[in-house]
Design a protein around this ligand. Structure first.
Ligand SMILES: [Zn+2]
Ligand SMILES: [Zn+2]
Length: 134
C-alpha cells in the first residue's frame, strides 16, 4: 500500500501522543520533539507544535502555561497538581492531593460555583537539594 500523506500524519500524531503518555516530566514541545525525532527522524519542530495544538483542541492532552515559562504538555488528563523546582524548573506531579476539597470549600465560603482552579507548589527538587545542600 502507498504511504499517503494522511497515513504519515496519523503515524506522526500517534508517535507524539505515545511519547507524551510515557513521559512523566511534562516536556516542552522542543523536548518532546527531540524524543519523537529518534523514532521519526524527518519530523520537524513545526509539525510537533501543530500536532500538539490539535491534540489539545481534541482534549487529549493538557497544556501547562505559566507566565514567563515555555509551555509544557502533560499526557495525564486526570486532575492532579504539580510541583515546580524554583532552581531548575523541573515540574513533577504531586501525588495524593485531590482537588475536590479545594473547589468545595470555595462554594461553601463564597457562594461561587467553581469551574476550575490552578494551584502549583514550589520548592527544591531532590537533585537541586543535593547540589545546594538545602
Ligand atoms: Zn531542581
Ligand atoms: Zn502532570
Amino acid at each position: 500500500m502507498k504511504n499517503t500523506g494522511f497515513q504519515r500524519q496519523t503515524r506522526q500524531r500517534s508517535v507524539i501522543l505515545d511519547e507524551l503518555r510515557r513521559a512523566h516530566d511534562h516536556p516542552t514541545a522542543r523536548e518532546l520533539y527531540e524524543r519523537v525525532q529518534i523514532r521519526l527522524p524527518r519530523i520537524s519542530l513545526g509539525t510537533v507544535y501543530r500536532n500538539l495544538e490539535r491534540l489539545h483542541e481534541a482534549g487529549m492532552i493538557r497544556k501547562l502555561e505559566y507566565a514567563g515559562q515555555e509551555t509544557r504538555v502533560d499526557g495525564d488528563l486526570e486532575h492532579h497538581y504539580h510541583i515546580r523546582c524554583t532552581r531548575c524548573h523541573r515540574l513533577d506531579d504531586v501525588p495524593e492531593i485531590t482537588s475536590d476539597l479545594v473547589g468545595q470549600r470555595f462554594e461553601e465560603l463564597g457562594g461561587y460555583r467553581v469551574t476550575g482552579h490552578r494551584l502549583e507548589f514550589q520548592g527544591l527538587c531532590p537533585d537541586c537539594r543535593n547540589e545546594t545542600g538545602e
